[in-house]
Design a protein around this ligand. Structure first.
Ligand code: FAS
Ligand code: PHB
Length: 389
């Protein structure tokens, strides 16, 4: 089989890249390890930056998002009873879109099917060969048969645990990491959201996030020790803990109900440089991971696609390599800014094991400063709605 661009990974970054390349007449093949059902069963990001909304519209997958997504003009950061509203619209002129990654992925799969794009599910033992040559190729197994895919370029969109990043020789890679000493226990429930806007809660009982997927589907998170297991958390324990972190004016009136999904995700900050090795380009979680506190993970994956897709079109269609030669440097500039913001939001809102009382006072002072300073709120808003591409 041949493709102009081979894409490893059929998550949001691989699908969006394929959609934009196919629209420009560049032939792709996506190799995805999981079944489509498994990919579409994942509950992940919930907030789309304005730039992500624009990219999805450009890719021709904006209709359902426009009809079912929830534009949000602001969010709250709280410190026990103190509620600070960050008014994105007033401070930046822009809003964000609350629309689940699961829906984005489903819309992209539907668009790819409509376009007749080639997506191979259930692949195993993917090996990227000769990425640093002019004729890279991929070997993989599917249905018990070993296959070969010849291509001009390879996009590594296979997430943190994929093969792409590890294809780059270790001595050519620089990795930067911060693993946080806690995780997020997430719950999805068919309940009315606790508030019409998101609430990031810093409290004496730890961090919590009140989010949503629609007006009847809520998404909540509480900070948990890394040693915790999901089966240690009954719904009742979850709701009690969540309410203990939220301001009482919210907690006293919120609707609770049975969880329909419950999972624990670890938090880490991670970047691998460079994003390119020969004709292999890393995209999204294959190259970087952010703690979800800044709502940047999915949005950064889209940001990488923004920098790569036109560069690949120019290289394939015109032999112009300017874009692919500058991809890594350009994408990393924005990646590091989002990395910083996500780290800042995480350290500002979470209790760290063994921290002293001074650290707790610094969190309180930061939230109080936000409540008093429009400049501080504008800085947070500019980062949250998404810095320019
Ligand atoms: P993905 O990991 O989504 O997709 C990679 C794809 O490659 C997967 O489908 C995988 O099956 C496939 N793959 C892996 N190895 C392969 C191989 N060897 N061969 C072929 N295919 C292979 N971000 C937020 O903004 N907010 C959140 O709340 C949030 N919550 C998250 C919770 C969890 C548990 C996780 C893991 C991530 C969360 N994220 C969140 C980040 C997440 O949304 C990612 O940023 C986003 O999925 C990135 O998309 P991709 O780069 O496409 O990677
Ligand atoms: C979510 O709704 O899943 C969500 C929203 C904002 C975040 C993280 C997760 O920062």
């Amino acid at each position: 089989m041949k493709a102009e661009v081979a894409i490893i990974g059929g998550g949001p970054s691989g699908l969006l890249l394929s959609q934009l390349l196919n629209k420009a007449g560049v032939a792709t093949v996506i190799l995805e390890r999981a079944s489509r059902e498994h990919v579409l069963s994942r509950i992940r990001a919930g907030v789309l930056e304005a730039g992500t909304v624009a990219m999805l519209q450009e890719a021709g997958v904006g209709d359902r998002m426009a009809a079912e997504g929830l534009p949000h003009d602001g969010c709250f950061l709280t410190d026990d009873e103190l509620m600070v509203r960050i008014n994105f619209k007033e401070l930046t002129g822009t809003s964000v879109m609350v629309y689940g990654q699961t829906e984005v992925t489903a819309d992209l799969y539907a668009a790819q099917d409509a376009m007749g794009a080639t997506i191979v599910h259930g692949v195993e033992d993917v090996v990227i060969h000769d990425a640093d040559s002019s004729e890279p190729y991929i070997e993989y197994s599917v249905g018990g048969e070993r296959k070969r895919l010849d291509c001009a370029y390879v996009a590594g969109c296979d997430g943190f645990h994929g093969v792409s990043r590890k294809t780059i020789p270790e001595d050519k890679r620089s990795e930067f990491e911060r693993v946080y000493p806690f995780g997020w226990l997430g719950v999805l429930s068919r309940t009315r959201p606790a508030h019409e806007e998101l609430i990031y809660a810093n409290s004496s009982n730890g961090f919590a996030l009140a989010s949503m997927r629609s007006e009847t589907l809520s998404r909540y998170y509480v900070q948990v020790p890394l040693s915790d297991r999901v089966d240690e958390w009954s719904d009742e324990r979850f709701w009690t803990t969540l309410k203990s972190c939220l301001p009482s004016e919210v907690a006293d009136h919120m609707e609770t109900g049975p969880s329909i999904e419950k999972s624990i995700a670890p938090l880490r900050s991670f970047v691998s440089e460079p994003l390119r090795w020969g004709r292999l380009f890393l995209v999204g979680d294959a190259a970087h991971i952010v703690p979800p506190t800044g709502a940047k993970g999915l949005n950064l994956a889209v940001s990488d696609v923004h920098y790569l897709y036109q560069a690949l079109i120019d290289a394939v269609k015109k032999g112009d390599k300017t874009g692919i030669d500058s991809y890594s440097e350009r994408a990393l500039l924005r990646i590091w800014k989002a990395m910083r913001f996500s780290w800042q939001m995480t350290t500002m809102l979470h209790q760290f094991d063994g921290e002293d009382s001074f650290a707790a006072q610094m969190r309180k002072a930061t939230l109080y400063h936000l409540s008093q300073s429009e400049t501080a709120r504008r800085d947070l808003a500019e980062n949250y709605i998404g810095l320019p591409f």
